[in-house]
Design a protein around this ligand. Sequence first.
Ligand SMILES: NC(=O)c1ccc[n+]([C@@H]2O[C@H](COP(=O)([O-])OP(=O)(O)OC[C@H]3O[C@@H](n4cnc5c(N)ncnc54)[C@H](O)[C@@H]3O)[C@@H](O)[C@H]2O)c1
Length: 261
Amino acid sequence: MDNRFGSKVILITGAGSGLGQASAIQVAKEGAKLSLVDLNGASLEETKNKVLEVAPKTEMILITANVADEKAVENYVNETVKYFGKIDGFFNNAGIEGKQNLTEDFGIDEFQKVVSVNLNGVFYGLKHVLKVMREQGFGSIVNTASVGGIRGVGSQSGYAASKHGVVGLTRNSGIEYGQYGISIKAIAPGAIMTPMVEGSLKQIDPENWEEVGKQFVEPNPMKRFGKPEEVGYLVAFLLSEQADFINATVIPIDGGQSYKY
Ligand SMILES: NC(=O)c1ccc[n+]([C@@H]2O[C@H](COP(=O)([O-])OP(=O)(O)OC[C@H]3O[C@@H](n4cnc5c(N)ncnc54)[C@H](O)[C@@H]3O)[C@@H](O)[C@H]2O)c1
């Protein structure tokens, strides 16, 4: 269990913050070599330092890239293979929430922006990583969907469309690639306390966002936010060989909220 990722290469997008950072730390603790991708280069340095605090020998490359740019995606995949020679696991995770609004008021540009990062970005990642994994004959992929990808949340047209799309891509590619020894799953986190959720609460009330947060989690069966490291444990398991037979499916991590009537 402790060394599930010894000699394994794990590629993570959105690795500079939140769920991507927590997952990088977890797999590095278990011996992984890391290729970390984010739009924000400074945040990648922060993740690198946090990883080295807990796993000082971690071999790691940092790649600043926009996942919504197909050429940049092709490049981060090529750079990873050039440096490490393979990709064992891919956490296809970078995403944004976008401005909340009623559907009729939802900005066209905003819709396109959210879809281009959350859906196109995940598709480009799958397209380029799957080519590598099919040739090598192994690999596991975890796409980040959301509870907003399996339920209606409201005020999030772009997010809902893109995250439901991520679930569709997961099912479609999982069916295609199982025969090549590759498993593809999605996670559907509920509210996990990361900078994204903090930003979301601040959209509702910038002054009293912590109070808004308390009310927000009241309907949750566990009455709290999830922690990034809890998602890190799940992602590590799903990327490990222990989860190879879990394919083309979506795993919620939300305290049970998405099953509540
Ligand atoms: N935190 C939650 O409650 C929650 C719930 C459900 C789903 N998610 C999903 O989890 C993923 C991670 O979210 P988080 O909460 O860690 O958010 P976060 O904002 O803390 O981290 C996201 C990271 O992605 C990077 N990023 C954003 N756009 C990018 C782009 N175009 N190219 C490359 N990198 C980019 C950001 O710079 C940031 O470092 C997202 O896909 C999000 O939709 C989060």
